[in-house]
Design a protein around this ligand. Structure first.
Ligand SMILES: [Zn+2]
Ligand SMILES: [Zn+2]
Length: 272
């Protein structure tokens, strides 16, 4: 059984209302041994969306420290963050990670050309394929330029916001995007960065995690070994969502280990 969740949110993220303690109590109930909070830090998230994904980092780390002490006999709490990668905010991201210590950093693309693909206007004046391709190219460029993270978050999650996914999930054709996905994976491997298996895809009824099976398979074929497992839960009921399935999927693809991070160092855990 996978006993750690390495991608979860709390009310430090502006799209999440769950207090840390609610997540922790649920994790204890589920028998998890380790919980790594990874709240959203997206510098220069466009004002037009009326959200801010920048929060008070010192308050966050203080709160995590308190939680760590309070629950230390029941569960291990780790200091993580989900950094929203954009090339023009590299200085802010670098300052943040140089001035604070994190156990684990996810680098995620939430904005493409300063637009959030969650909103319909991103998809105007482009085909779905163009919109998805543009996102993959953005991830590739971001990973080439910046490496201040440990794993690249939810690589193909943009597909769930493609307009046709509102009717039925847009089952994207991996082969159509394979070249750019290969470049993303090779760049990550070259810089000793990992990927995550993000089980929120199951929650959306996709039948697979992010990224989907072909990408997980390809990462391994190319020599990738670092793979963390996270639910991306914003609510307690989604903690460790479908982890059993994710573990079985990894084993079926020939993975023997999944990875956890402590103090920025990868630790390989055997899949049972
Ligand atoms: Zn994310
Ligand atoms: Zn997330």
């Amino acid at each position: 059984m996978i006993k750690s969740d390495f991608h979860i949110h709390s009310n430090f993220s502006s799209d999440c209302e769950t207090p840390m303690e609610d997540m922790i109590n649920q994790a204890i109930k589920l028998g998890l041994k380790t919980l790594c909070f990874t709240d959203h830090m997206d510098y220069d998230y466009p004002e037009e969306y009326e959200y801010s994904f920048v929060f008070d980092i010192d308050k966050y780390l203080d709160k995590l420290e308190l939680m760590k002490e309070k629950y230390h006999s029941q569960i291990e709490i780790l200091r993580g963050i989900e950094l929203g990668l954009q090339n023009h905010v590299i200085d802010s991201m670098t300052n943040l990670i140089n001035s604070h210590s994190f156990d684990f950093i996810i680098g995620s693309i939430h904005l493409v050309d300063k637009m959030d693909p969650y909103y319909p206007h991103y998809w105007e004046e482009k085909t779905e394929e163009e919109g998805i391709l543009r996102c993959f190219h953005t991830i590739k460029e971001a990973c080439e330029i910046y490496q201040g993270f440990h794993v690249c978050g939810h690589i193909d999650y943009i597909v769930r916001y493609a307009p046709s996914s509102k009717v039925k999930y847009h089952e994207y054709d991996y082969h159509y995007y394979q070249d750019v996905i290969d470049e993303i994976l090779k760049t990550l491997i070259k810089h000793e960065k990992g990927i995550e298996i993000n089980t929120s895809g199951y929650k959306y009824g996709l039948g697979h995690p992010h990224p989907k099976t072909e990408v997980l398979k390809r990462y391994k074929e190319l020599g990738g070994e670092i793979i963390t497992i996270g639910s991306d839960a914003h609510k307690p009921e989604h903690l460790a969502y479908n982890f059993q399935h994710a573990g079985e999927l990894l084993k079926s693809l020939g993975y023997d280990y999944h990875t956890v991070f402590k103090k920025g160092k990868p630790i390989m855990i055997k899949l049972d």
